[in-house]
Each structure stands twice: as structure tokens, then as C-alpha cells.
Design a protein around this ligand. Structure first.
Ligand code: ADP
Ligand code: MG
Length: 238
């Protein structure tokens, strides 16, 4: 579970076409990074997959099902928002359980899933604290926990580490990669940071103005960039 295909997907806002016809296949269990300069359409593409925006035309399939017109909650995906989206008045436990409560799961099932997520993310020590009492990295783990408990077929991340300082970003990068190894669930990760793309991805999708310039493994893009844009982007890490 977790195979996502985009077939001739387009998106326009008014008269402005942001995503020209785009085809892409994401395999089950892959860690795919969308990378490209600011404004190239990374977030839009992720939001189309999540169902937070409607496509202008084309089709999105998730695990063989036409998901093009499904609302976000029916797609079986979980978007990881930046940590500031946590509820400040709720404990970590309640923040993580919140989507399950909304989905009407039993208290026992909520507790079981929260406890499993707390174990995987190593956040048991601060499960009864509130977000304001946590470090940036701890808060980001809670935000990921809130996605994990939904047991999605894919995780969608939109620049989740951009609020964190450089040292913490390195640690969280490793933690997210480790989580991917453990869960073996599809992850789509948006960033404008070349280092994140090169170190985390199984497959990198390089975007420019909504177009896919190249798709390949980090090594493929490094060795055989298709054009100067890809070469410049991959070859000049910050
Ligand atoms: P990125 O995430 O790569 O920085 P975005 O996907 O946020 O890029 O934006 C791509 C383009 O689409 C930008 O030109 C942006 O201004 C435009 N855009 C994004 N969302 C909207 C919207 N809701 N209404 C109008 N234009 C939008
Ligand atoms: Mg963006």
C-alpha cells in the first residue's frame, strides 16, 4: 500500500497555470523528495496529492483507486505540518490522539495507537507535557506522531524542518530517515534544500516552474544530470 500515480495532472489558479500536464509514479514504500526553487509548485503538487487542492484536470490514483475527487480524509494519507500547528492547550498525548478521536475510534484503540507512536518516536518521557514546554525537535516529533497514529499509506511532508536551527535539522533528518526504514511506508517530502534531497531520497523529483526536469536516484542525478538546471541544483549544496 502506498503507490501513488499522477496522470496528466494540471493545476491553474485563475488564469495562471502552476502545474502543466504532469505524470509521475511513486512506488509503494519509496522515499520521494520534491525539490526545486521557491515558487516552482512543490507545495501545490503535495496539496493536490493530499486533496487539499482540487486538480484542474487529470487523475490521481492511490493504490489502484481513483482518488481524484476524494476528500482528504478518505485518501488514507497523512500530511505532517510544521510543529507550530500543534494545539497549545492540549498535552502531547491529546495532540496525538486528536485525529483518532475525530475519526471516532474507541478510547482503547486511541490509547494503543498513541502508545505505539510514543514508542517509535521515543517521546514517552514528555507525553503529558504541553507543546509550550517542549523543544523544537520534540514538537516536530509530536507533529509526526499525529500523522503516524492514523496509519496512513503515505506520509506527506512540506518542508517540515524549515523552522528548526541547522544543528537540529541534521538530527531530525536522520530521525525521519530512520522512521522510514522502520515503517517502510511511502513518504513524499518537499524541500528546497539540496542536502536534504540528496541524503534522504530514494528518488528525487526536480521541479522547475511546475515541470519535472528530471526524476532519479540521488546518484543518478549527480552523475548524469539532464541539463544545467539539474546540475546546478544538485551540484551546489548550501
Ligand atoms: P513552492 O512550494 O515550490 O514554493 P507553491 O506550490 O507554493 O511553490 O506555489 C507555486 C506557484 O503557485 C506560485 O507562483 C504561487 O504564487 C502560486 N500559488 C500557490 N497557491 C496559490 C493560490 N492558492 N492562489 C494563487 N496562486 C497560488
Ligand atoms: Mg512550498
Amino acid at each position: 500500500m502506498g503507490r501513488i500515480t499522477l496522470d496528466k495532472v494540471t493545476k491553474s489558479f485563475g488564469d495562471v497555470n502552476v502545474i502543466p500536464p504532469l505524470d509521475l509514479t511513486i512506488e509503494d514504500g519509496e522515499f520521494v523528495v520534491f525539490v526545486g526553487p521557491s515558487g516552482c509548485g512543490k507545495s501545490t503538487l503535495l496539496r493536490l496529492i493530499a486533496g487539499l487542492e482540487d486538480v484542474s484536470s487529470g487523475e490521481i490514483r492511490i493504490d489502484g483507486t481513483d482518488a481524484t475527487n476524494l476528500p482528504p480524509a478518505k485518501r488514507g494519507l497523512a500530511m505532517v505540518f510544521q510543529s507550530y500547528a500543534l494545539y497549545p492547550h492540549m498535552s502531547v498525548r491529546k495532540n496525538i490522539a486528536f485525529p483518532l478521536k475525530m475519526a471516532g475510534l474507541s478510547q482503547q484503540e486511541q490509547d494503543d495507537r498513541v502508545n505505539r507512536a510514543a514508542e517509535v518516536l521515543n517521546l514517552k518521557d514528555y507525553i503529558d507535557r504541553r507543546p509550550g514546554q517542549l523543544s523544537g525537535g520534540q514538537r516536530q516529533r509530536v507533529a509526526i506522531g499525529r500523522a503516524i497514529v492514523r496509519e496512513p499509506s503515505a506520509f506527506l511532508f512540506d518542508e517540515p524542518l524549515s523552522n528548526l536551527d541547522a544543528a537540529l535539522r541534521v538530527g531530525m533528518r536522520l530521525e525521519i530517515s530512520e522512521l522510514h526504514n522502520r515503517l517502510e511506508t511511502t513518504m513524499i517530502y518537499v524541500t528546497h534544500d539540496q542536502v536534504e534531497a540528496m541524503t534522504m531520497a530514494d528518488k528525487i523529483v526536480v521541479l522547475r516552474a511546475g515541470n519535472i526536469e528530471q526524476v532519479g536516484s540521488p546518484l543518478e542525478l549527480y552523475r548524469t544530470p539532464r541539463n544545467l538546471f539539474v546540475a546546478g541544483f544538485i551540484g551546489s549544496p548550501k
